[in-house]
Design a protein around this ligand. Structure first.
Ligand code: ADP
Ligand code: MG
Length: 271
């Protein structure tokens, strides 16, 4: 019998980024990235902050689709709207106009309870300043994220620490860990619930070169091995070379979208 190969995402629910074929060439020889289906879709999204009389348009008419399993880097100068973009995806803020859908669901229409549930099940957040709880050990910090969701937390938390290479530091407090180790605890905390989307706001901003590379290696591994979609905001344009696509924001607008022809391994990056 003839084998039928479907190219449609919808046709095969088993399609995951890691199982996809390599990108195929177009007529003009360009290679098209073929990750999963569209996961996060911005449709003419604007975000305006009101400060007294003054209106600040943090995002203007943003159209953007992030595919399942993509590693996206967002570049842009300070004040260009990078954090606002992440906060909208993370359900920590709501759009002023336009539509933002995640997995086909319009999250601009969710009420407080819906948003809380969305954040808890779909989103992992990694910040510039780690945001660990100083009185809890590495393991307890990771468990803390999970306790909000389920009961049996120890084994999963240890596994998350193993994933970031910190199993042997499990019982150390944040003050006993280096900056890079603290950031890796923060990554473990973000991934322990296996959220499909990881949002990272300047995750290497406080780290020296070597430590930053180690943190990026962990993120790349999570993206490649677990297929989690990663959106990473940074000032550092060298990090763009490990992305599948880079989006450059300028004054709240998408100024440029660049497909990376051959994403680099994190350890190859230089700055
Ligand atoms: P970035 O992360 O690229 O530095 P932000 O998304 O934080 O940029 O900010 C974009 C613009 O929106 C800036 O002009 C900033 O001052 C403004 N802004 C961000 N958050 C708020 C807020 N909560 N209230 C008022 N203005 C804000
Ligand atoms: Mg910011």
């Amino acid at each position: 019998m003839e084998e039928i190969v479907s190219l449609s995402d919808e046709a095969d629910p088993r399609n995951t980024p890691t199982q996809r074929e390599e990108g195929s060439g177009t007529a003009d020889g360009r290679v098209v990235e073929s990750k999963g289906k569209d996961l996060i879709v911005f449709d003419k999204v604007s975000k305006v902050y009101y400060m007294g009389e003054v209106e600040v348009a943090a995002l203007r008419d943003v159209d953007l689709a992030v595919r399942e399993g993509e590693f996206i880097v967002i570049l842009g100068p300070s004040g260009s709207g990078k954090t606002t973009l992440l906060n909208l995806i993370g359900g920590m803020d709501t759009v002023t106009s336009g539509r933002l859908t995640v997995n086909g669901r319009d999250i601009s229409g969710l009420d407080t309870r819906g948003l809380t549930d969305y954040r808890r099940t779909q989103i992992g957040f990694i910040f510039q300043f780690f945001n660990l709880i100083p009185t809890l050990t590495a393991l307890e910090n990771v468990e803390f994220a999970l306790e909000l969701v389920e009961r049996d937390t120890r084994e999963k938390s240890l596994r998350a620490l193993e994933m970031v290479g910190l199993a042997e530091r499990a019982h150390h407090f944040p003050s006993q860990l280096s900056g890079g180790e603290q950031q890796r605890v923060a990554i473990a905390r973000a991934i322990v619930k296996s959220p499909p989307i990881l949002l990272c706001d300047e995750p290497t901003g406080e780290l020296d070169y070597e430590t930053g590379i180690n943190v990026l290696k962990v993120m790349q591994r999570i993206n490649r091995e677990n297929g989690q979609t990663i959106i990473l905001v940074t000032h550092n344009s060298a990090i763009a070379e490990m992305s599948d696509r880079t989006i450059r924001l300028h004054s709240g607008e998408v100024a440029e979208v660049i497909e990376t022809q051959t994403p680099k391994d994190a350890e190859e990056l230089v700055w």
